[in-house]
Design a protein around this ligand. Structure first.
Ligand SMILES: NC(=O)c1ccc[n+]([C@@H]2O[C@H](COP(=O)([O-])OP(=O)(O)OC[C@H]3O[C@@H](n4cnc5c(N)ncnc54)[C@H](OP(=O)(O)O)[C@@H]3O)[C@@H](O)[C@H]2O)c1
Length: 273
């Protein structure tokens, strides 16, 4: 089993990158950087006008081909069209599973329908898209999938449990996909941003300026660091974490639990005969 964080080949041949949530924020910034690297693009989001504006700028600036796919990824029929594109278009060598949102407030005080919509967008959609892309890419022996998770995956006690849960899911999925797909020649990376200055906060009714400013990263810096991690062959990229030895220690402690997590007898502290 591959547990090292940098066991993967660093280079991916540029082709076409399909980016979800490409109309603004982290997705639009990736679109800029990937176009600069020579990728053609398929941009996915709901806001057609904003997508067209991004597409037009990138075509003009970098001379790449840019397709726009307007889709609400919480709509099963629209999602199926994106899955179909990923499953059949061999030009697509990179999937960026980025679209996501968050909901504010405590669990008890939350709007459960909004929570369900968030789980659909943050979990169901990227899972189905990753499956469609991974299946084709594995059969072709190449390709890469980047899943945008979050440091909140490790912050259940201090952040919305439902949002952090969706991001822990993406981290978990990425780790399992990496083990399964690396032998087939497919790269998988999870990016775990900390607080990043984008619209996601405002959309959820949270004031990002209430956070200490030393905790908030600019979106350009975040994406540039995440792509540097990709280039370095990382499976897990934490753009803000100064010392990856801290992550490695966390991973080692988690893996050390493994031999004792499933046994035929109950632990002595429960005093079960
Ligand atoms: N910003 C942070 O502090 C931070 C930290 C950690 C992780 N993240 C993660 O980073 C990812 C990108 O977030 P961001 O900060 O860039 O947020 P953002 O600025 O709000 O952008 C979100 C993108 O997702 C799209 N989107 C939203 N709902 C959608 C839907 N139902 N169907 C299709 N597209 C949809 C939006 O476009 P339309 O409105 O046009 O659909 C937009 O392009 C998310 O997964 C988020 O959880 C963000």
């Amino acid at each position: 089993m591959a547990t090292s964080n940098t066991t993967q080949a660093a280079a991916t041949t540029a082709g076409t990158a399909l980016i979800t949530g490409a109309s603004t924020g982290i997705g639009a910034t990736y679109a800029d950087r990937l176009a600069k690297r020579g990728y053609n693009l398929v941009l996915v989001a709901r806001d057609r006008q904003r997508l067209d504006t991004v597409a037009q700028r990138l075509r003009g600036q970098y001379g790449v081909q840019v397709d726009v796919l307007q889709a609400d990824l919480t709509d099963r029929a629209a999602l199926a069209q994106v899955e179909q594109r990923l499953a059949t278009d061999s030009a697509i060598t990179l999937l960026l599973n980025n679209a996501g949102n968050t909901v504010e407030g405590s669990f008890v005080g939350s709007d459960i329908d909004k929570v369900e919509g968030m789980i659909t967008l943050n979990v169901i959609a990227p899972t189905r898209l990753a499956k469609a892309a991974a299946t084709r890419m594995a059969s072709e022996g190449r390709g890469a999938i980047i899943n945008i998770a979050s440091v909140t995956a490790m912050m259940a006690e201090t952040f919305s449990g439902t949002y952090s849960g969706t991001k822990a899911y993406m981290l978990n999925l990425t780790q399992a996909m990496q083990v399964e797909l690396a032998p087939a020649g497919v790269r998988v990376q999870a990016v775990l941003p900390g607080a990043t200055r984008t619209e996601i906060w405002e959309r959820a009714g949270i004031d990002i300026n209430a956070l200490p400013k030393e905790m908030v990263m600019g979106v350009d810096t975040m994406v540039d660091a995440a792509l540097a991690g990709f280039d370095q062959g990382e499976t897990i990229t934490l753009p803000a974490l100064p010392d990856m030895a801290d992550w490695d220690a966390f991973t080692a402690a988690r893996l050390a639990l493994q031999p004792n997590l499933s046994r035929s007898t109950a632990a002595p502290r429960y005093q079960v005969a």
